[in-house]
Design a protein around this ligand. Structure first.
Ligand code: ADP
Ligand code: MG
Length: 233
């Protein structure tokens, strides 16, 4: 099984607060991974570290079995970790053209990716006129422009209405079925159950469980895990 990402004993401290504590897990090609945990459990910090936007305190991570530098490895990663900065008065197509320029991707990819996310017929609409769900789908199209090996999403359905949530979850499953590995962070057990094959459960920065989602659900400790979802810090 091809390894995409290995995280080993990763720790991140913000002053006295340990946001991620001695975390280890491995991501293999072709699966859909969820990082599940309540707000503040260290999900975004973990994603930030592996995407080189947050400095780790100790431990390590390695992309693609360490065959390239992190800088080069990240060219094969697509990520949406915060609200993407699209220009409100430019069209979907014009916004993606700018992303192509930055990423060094051919413009011919734009229609292909808009088609995947179901926005090809809206390519000439201004970003400003998009619903939240459409904005999120455009962000996914943007993250897919460089044909990444893995797509990373942080709370991909936050703030969306039920229809928008359904569309984004179906889209993630469709992208995965076409061979892109997925890593998503979510505080919703329901989301992980519906979308992911594998899960890492975090609480206060520590791993409580990692493994297959179906095995987690049928496992003895599942009710305990479920109750944690309702905890606040
Ligand atoms: P999650 O994404 O699971 O909600 P985060 O990774 O955002 O959790 O945060 C984990 C913990 O680290 C929280 O207690 C949060 O307040 C803290 N934290 C995150 N970023 C910073 C930062 N830049 N400075 C200080 N504390 C931070
Ligand atoms: Mg977060």
């Amino acid at each position: 099984m091809e390894t995409i990402l290995t995280i080993t004993n990763l720790t991140k401290k913000f002053g006295y607060l340990t946001a991620v504590k001695d975390l280890s897990f491995t991501i293999h090609k072709g699966n859909v991974y969820g990082i599940l945990g309540p707000n503040g459990s260290g999900k975004s910090t973990t994603l930030g570290i592996v995407l080189n936007v947050v400095n780790k305190t100790s431990g390590d991570f390695s992309w693609f079995e360490g065959q390239t530098t992190t800088h080069d490895a990240l060219k094969k990663v697509g990520a949406i970790i915060e609200n993407p900065n699209f220009y409100p008065y430019m069209t979907a197509y014009e916004n993606l053209k700018l992303v192509c320029k930055i990423k060094g991707v051919d413009y011919s990819k734009i229609d292909e990716k808009l088609e995947i996310v179901g926005l090809l017929d809206r390519k000439n609409s201004k970003f400003n006129n998009f619903s939240l769900g459409m904005k999120q789908r455009l962000a996914i199209a943007s993250a897919l422009l460089n044909d990444p090996e893995i797509l990373i999403l942080d709370e991909p359905t936050n703030g969306l209405d039920p229809q928008g949530i359904h569309q984004i979850r179906s889209l993630i499953k469709q992208i995965a079925s076409e061979g892109t590995t997925i890593l998503l962070a979510s505080h919703l057990l329901d989301e992980v159950e519906k979308v992911c094959s594998h899960v890492v459960v975090l609480r206060k920065g520590e791993k409580l469980y990692s493994g297959r989602v179906d095995e987690m659900i049928s496992s003895h400790g599942f009710f305990e895990l479920k109750s944690i979802q309702h905890d606040t810090l």
